[in-house]
Design a protein around this ligand. Structure first.
Ligand SMILES: NC(=O)c1ccc[n+]([C@@H]2O[C@H](COP(=O)([O-])OP(=O)(O)OC[C@H]3O[C@@H](n4cnc5c(N)ncnc54)[C@H](OP(=O)(O)O)[C@@H]3O)[C@@H](O)[C@H]2O)c1
Length: 327
């Protein structure tokens, strides 16, 4: 495993970490025992950073992480999120009172007195123009409820605005072979300000594992069945906003670039780690075998310049028109 500095927190976190959405909800059936085995396997392989949210299975994902902490001696760092309990999800709800209530709930679920890292969970754009929202988070730091905070964003411009707030330690953003725009402007600025970057959807919802095909079936409660067009939340959160058949074709082209001994999922993760502004990729994993395959990607040698160039060409040809200017 490689470790990288997380913002100015002083923490060094695993370059391949763990995204805990799928073990909470919205990805079809998952057994808690299987999820826990995946989490344990990740720790065994050096993963020390886990991303979750209060709304993943209405606290189920957070509670699994609390159980993991109870069962393991190793120190792990948990990032959670707040904001999406608001229904409707409107900026007016981003009050100190509501944020405090959400955080109190996460503290209970995670069985802790202080959250390691709290992220605003893709708030409406107006939040980034409201210093009072960040002031409320500063107060929660002062009260010892949260150690550090960051944001999870949909768009590059939201990320650029968010990091103007000096206490923002991290930005979580979609970054993968099918979502390359963050590297253009945002990464340089984040590096300059020493803001950590968590790359989410590193496998583009599993598409970049190379296992999907036109016949793949998704359960009705899997967002890959119900959110392809943004029916429930931002459509970019499902397959990075790339339509299914286009994604499959691009994956076929990428296959020829796999280094010896690497799987497609590992290649996709190693590609992300080629960007030194990225602190970590946070792939979701539902089974120990996935957690293992993903964690081991951090040990692969760097990709060649030619491979990086070819990936860029495939992106430019097939993907860019579908995503580049949307997020
Ligand atoms: N708004 C936000 O803040 C937000 C939104 C989305 C995600 N996130 C965070 O980012 C994390 C990662 O994103 P994501 O989970 O949406 O997408 P992802 O990491 O790109 O895809 C994860 C899915 O791919 C499949 N998979 C994982 N490893 C695999 C492997 N080695 N081989 C084959 N298939 C594999 C699994 O599903 P199957 O086995 O069912 O295919 C897994 O659930 C989330 O868990 C969450 O923590 C945050």
């Amino acid at each position: 495993m490689q470790y990288r500095e997380l913002g100015r927190t002083g923490w060094r976190v695993s370059a391949v970490s763990f995204g805990a959405w799928a073990i909470g909800s919205a990805w079809g059936d998952v057994e808690d025992s299987e999820s826990l085995s995946a989490l344990h396997k990740a720790i065994e392989l050096g993963v020390n950073f886990f991303d979750t949210a209060d709304v993943y299975g209405d606290g189920r994902s957070e509670r699994l992480l609390a159980q993991l902490k109870r069962e393991h001696k190793e120190e792990i760092i948990i990032a959670t999120k707040a904001g999406r309990r608001l229904d409707p999800h409107l900026i007016e709800g981003y009050t100190a009172q509501n944020l405090t209530a959400f955080i109190e709930r996460s503290l209970k679920n995670l069985e802790t007195e202080t959250l390691d890292l709290l992220q605003l969970h893709c708030p409406p754009r107006e939040a980034y123009y409201m210093p009072e929202v960040f002031g409320a988070l500063d107060d929660l730091v002062g009260q010892g409820k949260i150690r550090y905070y960051g944001v999870s964003v949909e768009k590059v411009e939201d990320a650029l605005k968010a990091i103007e707030f000096e206490s923002v330690q991290t930005v979580q953003i979609i970054f993968n072979i099918f979502r390359q725009r963050p590297a253009e402007l945002f990464f340089g600025e984040a590096k300059r300000r020493r803001v950590g970057i968590l790359a989410r959807l590193p496998l583009s919802s599993g598409m970049l594992s190379g296992k999907l095909n036109s016949q793949s079936h998704f359960a009705p409660d899997d967002h890959r069945a119900f959110n392809r067009h943004g029916e429930s939340f931002d459509r970019g959160e499902t397959f990075s906003g790339v339509d299914y058949e286009t994604g499959l074709k691009a994956v076929e082209e990428l296959r020829s670039l796999l280094p010896a001994g690497a799987t497609m999922a590992q290649f996709a993760l190693r590609w992300i780690l080629m960007f030194d502004a990225v602190t970590c990729a946070i792939p979701g994993a539902k089974r120990p075998s996935q957690a293992e395959e993903n964690a081991r990607a951090a040990d692969l040698p760097p990709l060649s310049d030619e491979t990086m160039q070819r990936v860029r060409e495939i992106y430019e040809e097939r993907i860019r028109p579908l995503v580049h200017h949307y997020w």
